[in-house]
Design a protein around this ligand. Structure first.
Ligand SMILES: Nc1ncnc2c1ncn2[C@@H]1O[C@H](COP(=O)(O)OP(=O)(O)OP(=O)(O)O)[C@@H](O)[C@H]1O
Length: 352
């Protein structure tokens, strides 16, 4: 068997990397002309939409001995960069696997661009771009071959866009996937996910493995995608990076969404309040409603609270409380807000 026949027979039993799509018919490299359009796939002109890109309602995922998702409600508006933050094991990948049709939820529903991932998984994967946290690429293919192979699942123009992206990243097309560095693999996976210019891009830890310069450029390009009406959903641990690009932030903790709101609104609504008291035994004054204390720590005469919806007008009232000598406030970074939500310790009940 020559190399081209070999490639064809291997590929016939396979699906598109990352997407899980099944080919209509697979030809060896060199047989199928670049950009050929497989049956049933039409080039899709992108039309910005007003309908939500993603809607999740009460999504639950119960594995044996583990409730990964405990009722997730989420709406992702089109034309935004939406960031899902959560610590290890929070349920981010599980949620993404349900959205992309790789996992059937135990309960609840989900719509991706109006499609149901349980009933229409292939249609969804054709419409979206998806890069998982550990991209599944065929190691035995070269960088060029994997582009050619994946192009057969998508409309015309895919291969050209893929090759341009690979050239921009400076990766040789004849290099085998198994010989790529971690960062180069990530770049190939991103190039494959973006080459059909998807209306929704779902990225699980997209920048892991990329060097700082490429990371920055890539994330900034996501702002451009959103500005053109496309939607980017990304899950990340890199909070400072997310802060630069995201419009909306959702914090997932132990399978539940703790907060989901525009980044500016989230940052403006959170305040660190530091109170000094004369008597270390006195209870800390609680700010009045609508303020909500997410976290409180006590260190002798100093009390620190993380408060949502704190208003500067509450300072005077707190200063008048028994034993209080000073009240100071400080705006918080997204990282501090994330920690406050995920290390939630209820405030000590206070009698006022
Ligand atoms: N197939 C499975 N069977 C049993 N438990 C699972 C399965 N898949 C995920 N889990 C559990 O579900 C929880 C959520 O996992 P998930 O991979 O969604 O977390 P994550 O937020 O993506 O974490 P990380 O940031 O570490 O990748 C974890 O406790 C994990 O062990």
């Amino acid at each position: 068997m020559n190399e081209a026949q070999d490639l064809a027979s291997e590929a016939e039993s396979r699906v598109a990397p990352e997407t899980g799509l099944q080919p209509a018919g697979v030809q060896p490299a060199g047989v199928q002309p670049a950009g050929v359009q497989p049956a049933g796939v039409q080039p899709a002109g992108f039309q910005p939409s007003d309908s939500p890109a993603i809607v999740a309602r009460d999504l639950q995922m119960h594995f044996r001995g583990c409730d990964a998702l405990r009722g997730v409600d989420l709406t992702v508006e089109p034309g935004t960069v939406f960031a899902l933050l959560g610590e290890n094991g929070a349920g981010k990948t599980t949620l993404i696997r349900i959205m992309t049709g790789f996992q059937k939820p135990s309960a609840g529903t989900c719509e991706i661009g109006g499609l149901d991932p349980v009933r229409q998984p292939l249609e969804i994967r054709r419409r979206i771009g998806y890069v998982s946290d550990s991209p599944a690429l065929y190691d035995w293919m070269s960088v060029g071959e994997i582009g050619w192979f994946t192009a057969s699942f998508y409309p015309e123009g895919f291969l050209e866009a893929y090759r341009e992206s690979i050239a921009r990243y400076g990766i040789p097309e004849d290099r085998k996937i198994r010989h790529l560095s971690k960062g180069q693999r990530a770049k190939v996976a991103l190039s494959l996910a973006l080459a059909h210019d998807p209306e929704l891009l779902i990225l699980d830890e997209p920048t892991s493995g990329l060097d700082p310069m490429v990371r920055r450029e890539f994330l900034e390009s996501m702002i451009g995608r959103a500005a053109s009406g496309r939607t980017v959903f990304l899950s990340s641990h890199q909070i400072s990076e997310v802060e630069r690009v995201a419009d909306t932030i959702a914090i997932l903790h132990e399978g539940r969404i703790r907060t989901c709101e525009p980044l500016d609104q989230l940052k403006n609504s959170m305040t660190e309040v530091t109170i000094n008291v004369e008597d270390p035994l006195v209870t800390t004054p609680v700010p009045p409603e609508p303020a909500e204390v997410l976290h409180e720590s006590i260190d002798g005469r100093q009390r620190q609270m993380i408060v949502k919806h704190f208003d500067e007008s509450m300072i005077a009232e707190m200063r008048n409380s028994t034993s209080v000598t000073s009240v100071r406030t400080r705006a918080m970074s997204l990282e501090e807000i994330f920690i406050a939500y995920t290390k939630r310790v209820p405030a000590t009940p206070m009698g006022r």
